[in-house]
Design a protein around this ligand. Sequence first.
Ligand code: GTP
Ligand code: MG
Length: 359
Amino acid sequence: MQIGLVGLQFSGKTTLFNILSNKETHSQTGQEEASIEVVKVPDLRLDNLTRIFQPKKQINATIEIFDIPGLRMSDDNRVKITSSFLNNVRNNDALFYIVRAFKDESVSHPMSSIDPIRDIAFLETEFLLSDLAFLENRIDKLNRDIQKSKDEKLKRELPLIQKCMEHCEKELPLRSLKLDDNELKLLSGYQLLTLKPLVIAINYDEKSIPSIESELANVNSIKEKYFASIIPFFAKIELELSQLSLSDQEVFMKDYGIKESALTQILRTSYEILGLQSFFTVGEDECRAWTIKKNYNAQQAAGVIHTDFFSRFIRAEVVHYEDFILHGSFNKCKDAGAWRLEGKEYIVQDGDIISIRHN
Ligand SMILES: Nc1nc2c(ncn2[C@@H]2O[C@H](COP(=O)(O)OP(=O)(O)OP(=O)(O)O)[C@@H](O)[C@H]2O)c(=O)[nH]1
Ligand SMILES: [Mg+2]
């Protein structure tokens, strides 16, 4: 799973990327190249399981973060979208618009003033125009090809693309259009930009921390318009905090009044908007978190561990993390009726500890 950080130049993407990747050596801010980092998803439940099972290793779930250089002012004093920018944006499962709200005279803004709502509208309009251009071309091509080939699949695609086109023409993002699983599958190869789940992450000054609720009230109306989640963060101060030990971080976050770190918020919302959840496997060798879609059944989850587990699935032994912590061991869970043997249709729940029986 890959999420892309997109936005105008100097909005704080690379600063945020450095917070997320939590490395000693930081990527240069203001760089021209896109860079990618695999980020461990912190999970206290997995840490606890490791404490109990003492395995040789702990393997957290991961998520890939893609830092894309921002849009800058060109020679004619306008911010223009480029095809390399769009190509970078297309490659992601979800988008995070990183929008600047912080004021700092020493950092220029490509549109010369601080206006988060304008910046969001700018990006969203560009992405909508890109989708419209694609859909228009696709309709032309489908019309030509249908006459030639009489392919049933093409005939089914045409009304879907037309429906998408009408939606975009009303200046609405495709993520707000109701589509069923088949329709989504047909569209999945096209990487339409306004169909991607969106989080708007607004980078505020640390001075705004005490008044953050009222700051957010000013931008909340756009949530519905863009069908997006909004999260506030404080790049500069959070980068400093991320270099402290975990216990110091907690103390300073409390002092500053930061309720949840940018890292936690971003990973949590990514899971939410992508409809993801975690289950665990435990043992002497490793305790591990696995990421799956929310509606996955036991057999599909088994297939994520190993493709053979999918085809040779017999049953899944399941204990929920909370039950395990409550009772203290698998045997005690059995006595309490919290240990279950589930068939392939069982829908896996977030926090299940699973062992796959296979032949
Ligand atoms: N005062 C202040 N400065 C910030 C904040 N966030 C980022 N900056 C500064 O703004 C400048 C640009 O930040 P970057 O994180 O490199 O911005 P970017 O979005 O990656 O920029 P491009 O890659 O050029 O698109 C750097 O000098 C940062 O130190 C903030 O919250 N407050
Ligand atoms: Mg950058």
